[in-house]
Ligand binder design. Sequence first.
Ligand SMILES: Cc1cc2nc3c(=O)[nH]c(=O)nc-3n(C[C@H](O)[C@H](O)[C@H](O)COP(=O)(O)OP(=O)(O)OC[C@H]3O[C@@H](n4cnc5c(N)ncnc54)[C@H](O)[C@@H]3O)c2cc1C
Ligand code: SF4
Length: 329
Amino acid sequence: MIELSYSRATDAADAIRRAEAQAAKYLGGGTNLVDLMRETVEVPSALIDVTGLPAEIEETDDGGLMIGAATRNTAVAEHPAVRTRYPMLTRAIVAGASAQIRNMATVGGNLLQRTRCTYFYDTDGSRCNKRTPGEGCDAIEGFNRIHAILGGSSACVATHPSDMCVALAALDALVHLRSASGERTVALCDLHRLPEDRPDVETVLEPGELITAVQLPASDLAAHSTYRKVRDRSSYAFALVSVAAALQLDGDAVADVRLALGGVAPKPWRAWRAEEALRGRPATEASFLEAADAELADARPLAGNAFKLDLTRRTIVAVLQQLTEGARP
Ligand SMILES: Cc1cc2nc3c(=O)[nH]c(=O)nc-3n(C[C@H](O)[C@H](O)[C@H](O)COP(=O)(O)OP(=O)(O)OC[C@H]3O[C@@H](n4cnc5c(N)ncnc54)[C@H](O)[C@@H]3O)c2cc1C
Ligand code: SF4
């Protein structure tokens, strides 16, 4: 038996104070952390329950939304302003997990959920640099069908599992953080790190730093957006490839676009190169293919996941075609 303490934070300052005192983990809905503790991948000595912290969705002065980190995933997906102004976010959330898990899972916990690489969870016999730095990675020469084709390293090729984060990356979301040394904001696109030689360091968060809110900037583009997830079965499965996209046309040309990918990289992958390749170009299948190829130029598929290259390409094209058809009068 592993001993640990549990306490409930009354506010952000209280959570940070409690976390400072011990080797603690913040506890959201527990839908990932408790599984990791069961497998002894995570062994905290204390859990600080942060589900009592702000869980409201509020309008910001610039016409965006501020979502408290303790807000449940279902509440975000069902909020009328999210459904109408940021539909890709609703679609991404409901594409994930199950209704029961979405009812439990919080925004903060979703951002920091850990990879679904099976070797990472196998503490009994697999080598994993993310779990035990320097040990080696059994996925690289092993069963790597679900692993990364972009952004991986010779130390780790795990993918980030979140659907919600892919939409947040495309929406230029900001993550509000608080610690004993103050408050700061980082772009969602900069929150997660690529593995390089330290796959165990997954984010730019400092020890004990608390996620307090996620901010969605106002966006005309976001109202015309969608999320498509390709997976092995139609529910209760993580993405092999997913695409979050928003598109604005000027006649037959792409005026503006936002594109992010899931299931293919160690972090929610903003497709900056594809966006750049698309702006001002005709909204045609040929342009969409060129943009997808630009994004995938540096892809390094593994023995088991080369199929993701074509799947990513085809999913990007299909989503952009769908948005183009929807944008025409
Ligand atoms: C069977 C199953 C299927 C799933 N399928 C999908 C899927 O298809 N797509 C998908 O996206 N997700 C899926 N999930 C994952 C699910 O979305 C995550 O488990 C969930 O979002 C995590 O949220 P939580 O609040 O339960 O986090 P927790 O498990 O409580 O915490 C996760 C991590 O976040 C940290 N944390 C929590 N809150 C804060 C905070 N405010 N500040 C700092 N750190 C914090 C915790 O310390 C922990 O490290 C699935 C999960 C399960 C169990
Ligand atoms: S891919 Fe990453 S998480 Fe998976 S076994 Fe290798 S080091 Fe571990």
